[in-house]
Ligand binder design. Structure first.
Ligand code: ATP
Ligand code: MG
Length: 649
């Protein structure tokens, strides 16, 4: 059971009484260590399977954990999301604690928000509805009541989609309406469980008698409400094991905070704290880039970062490719993917990761053109998105009736006609302020206008009706989602997963960081997103960006600031990242531009140093470990720090 673990992981697995806190970077085997811990405890007869509750944040992660536990001979352990664990308890205790059966979960929450808006006589467009819904959800997970919304939102630096007073009013009306209709929402499941456990000691005691050991994966993502629930489950006990990586906090906009992870030791003074730095997932080349990204980070999460040390054999350097425009970037990625698949790499071992879901369309198309099957994770396929479906049907109607004293009579070129039709739906050429669903919807429609531009440029004299035919064909040609395919995913939905080959696309200013990230904290969260993306790759990592959005467009884009000093030829390295391997920047083939040869450039190499004593390393084996052979490996950061100081004296 413990054979497949390193000494620190083994320490986690054998520390069967909490509190235990594992602070570790991506790919260091956190999830592996806690599943082995549970299985080891069960097989040693120390943990009763039914008394263990393992919690995580997505159904996929919970399912994966159950699978791993089964394989390790620990079937019967509850591995659930916070929501499913709470829902089960609530369903069980509701009749006794409250009477009757648990109210039904609302199935169309957005409609309920729309009804609340109607009751308040506030007009909200579709995108705003989603953004207001997100604000209500955020308020609930941060335990903010309507009266406190304005203040709390301002304090948290949230960009309210409407006047905060209006949102507070909508939030209150939404809650009333929900009660009136006897339905509950997703957040209520947690709120009600918390309320029942708080108010009914008999129920709390029964739950506590059932569950005695708690394990939480991805703890940096815990919301204040989930934390409260965890505390109630525990009562005055502290048999809790949490694992997390503050540098992977990418959900703070939904109320998640790494503070609970980082403050664990001060809240539990007797806690066993284990740090894992050996990275088993990625090659030294990928790990080097990940470390470099974090060395430039700032803020609370960055203060606690741990330098990763790859345990894998050397692999290829990350490949950086600059393209003339986005379609060329997508074609370039698709071409490389085709080559990899032809060379025997399973498509399911390849992922294309992007910042916003609106970027997926170009890649869906390019992969479909290259005959590569793909699947989308966590996003609707581009042509299935409601705003895109609606826009295409408006274009179809305009194409059909366009000749009859329509608004299009005076609009001569095709892209302008498309813009005119979409303007009729409230679309504007300038993006709306702020982030969220309104912005996502705008991006989708902007991508549609971009498609029209590309089409018009390629087919002179094409009409609106030709465009609609083209769009229908593209929608039909896309591969149906398949599990065997290349994964297309946003960086947010890629967390916790890994692939042999990862293409990080759109690594440009304006995308990473995204334009609406303004404050230092928002920029840091964007940097962490890129870190999450980089650390998904086991073997090969491709990073690319395009100088212009569309062929012939203004080449105004620049590669992401986060790559500065890390990408060959991008200026001086900063921080502790100087020990770089050879790498190259390739210039991609722009769809209209000249073919530029791949120009690998060597960067100035700063000598790699032992991470313990700081001695310059030359031996290949030592370089792999980033440590001299005679320096011990299993020490915590504090010891390294003292050793460095001591040797410097
Ligand atoms: P993330 O932060 O991305 O969630 P993680 O820290 O949870 O990563 P795991 O997913 O548990 O990391 O492990 C990463 C990879 O390394 C997995 O493929 C896992 O099987 C492998 N791995 C972890 N520990 C070891 C080990 N001691 N020996 C060999 N392989 C290991
Ligand atoms: Mg994990």
């Amino acid at each position: 059971m413990l054979d497949g673990l390193d000494p620190e992981q083994r320490e986690v697995a054998t520390a069967l009484r909490g509190p235990v806190c594992v602070l570790a970077g991506a790919g260091t085997g956190k999830t592996r260590a806690i599943t082995h811990r549970i299985a080891y405890g069960v097989r040693a007869g120390i943990l009763q399977p039914s008394s263990v509750l393992a919690v995580t944040f997505t159904n996929r992660a919970a399912g994966e954990m159950r699978g791993r536990l089964r394989q390790l001979g620990a079937a019967g352990v509850q591995a659930r999301t916070f929501h499913s664990a709470a829902l089960r308890q609530l369903q069980y205790f509701w009749p006794k604690a409250i009477g009757g059966s648990l109210p039904r979960l609302v199935d169309r929450k957005i409609q309920l928000v729309a009804d609340a808006a109607a009751a308040c006589r506030i007009r909200l467009e579709r995108g705003e509805l989603r953004d207001v819904t997100a604000e209500i959800e955020w308020s609930k997970v941060t335990q903010t009541v309507p009266a406190d919304y304005a203040l709390a939102a301002a304090k948290a630096g949230r960009e309210a989609p409407r006047d905060p007073a209006e949102i507070a009013q909508l939030y209150a009306a939404y809650e009333d309406l929900k009660r009136g209709r006897s339905v509950i929402d997703f957040e209520d499941v947690l709120l009600l469980t918390v309320a029942v456990l708080q108010d009914r000691h008999d129920v709390a005691e029964q739950v506590r008698a059932q569950y005695q050991h708690f394990v939480v994966d991805e703890y940096q993502d815990v919301s204040p409400l989930q934390q409260r629930l965890l505390e109630l489950w525990l009562g005055d006990r502290d048999d809790l094991c949490v694992v997390g990586d503050a540098s992977q906090t990418i959900y703070s906009f939904t109320g998640a905070t790494p503070d609970h992870l980082l403050d664990f030791r001060s809240r539990h003074p007797g806690a066993t704290v284990v740090k894992l730095v050996r990275d088993y997932r990625s090659t030294p080349q990928v790990v080097h880039l990940a470390n470099g990204l974090l060395s430039q980070a700032s803020g609370r999460a960055a203060d606690h970062r741990l330098e990763l040390v790859s345990q894998r054999p050397a692999g290829p350097e990350p490949v950086y490719t600059e393209y003339a425009d986005e379609p060329a970037e997508a074609e370039g990625a698709a071409r490389r993917i085709r080559e990899l698949v032809d060379a025997g790499v399973p498509a399911a071992e390849i992922a294309v990761l992007f910042r916003t879901n609106s970027q997926s369309e170009t890649y869906e198309q390019a992969l479909a053109d290259a005959g590569v099957p793909y699947q989308l994770r966590g996003a609707e396929r581009f042509f299935d998105r409601p705003e895109v479906r609606k826009a295409v049907s408006s274009l179809r109607a305009a194409a059909r009736f366009g000749g009859n004293d329509s608004l299009l009579d005076d609009v001569v070129d095709l892209p302008s006609q498309v813009r005119a039709v979409l303007s009729g739906e409230g679309w504007t050429t300038q993006p709306p302020a702020g982030s969220g669903a309104v912005r996502e919807r705008w991006e989708s429609l902007a991508a549609l206008v971009g498609l029209a531009q590309d089409f018009a440029a390629a087919a002179a004299g094409a009409t609106l009706s030709d465009l609609v035919t083209e769009l229908d064909e593209r929608a039909g040609a896309q591969h149906a989602p398949t599990v065997q395919g290349v994964t297309l995913a946003s960086l947010h939905s890629a967390k916790g997963l890994e692939w042999d080959v990862v293409f990080l696309v759109g690594v440009a200013e304006g995308m990473m960081p995204i334009t609406y990230a303004k404050t230092d904290e928002q920029i840091e969260e964007e940097r962490r997103l890129l870190y999450v993306g980089v650390t998904r790759a086991r073997e090969r990592l491709h990073l690319s960006w395009a100088l212009a959005r569309s062929p012939g467009g203004r080449a105004s884009r620049r590669p992401s600031r986060f790559l500065k000093g890390l990408r060959p030829g991008s200026g001086a390295a900063t921080g502790r990242t100087a020990a770089g391997g050879p790498g190259g920047v390739e210039r991609g083939v722009g769809s209209g531009g000249a073919v530029a040869a791949a120009v690998p450039r060597r960067t100035q190499r700063t000598p790699a140093r032992c991470r313990v004593c700081g001695r310059t390393l030359t031996d290949a084996g030592e370089l792999k470990l980033m440590r001299c052979e005679d320096c011990p490996s299993d020490m915590d950061e504090g010891v390294y720090e003292r050793l460095r100081e001591w040797r410097a004296l």
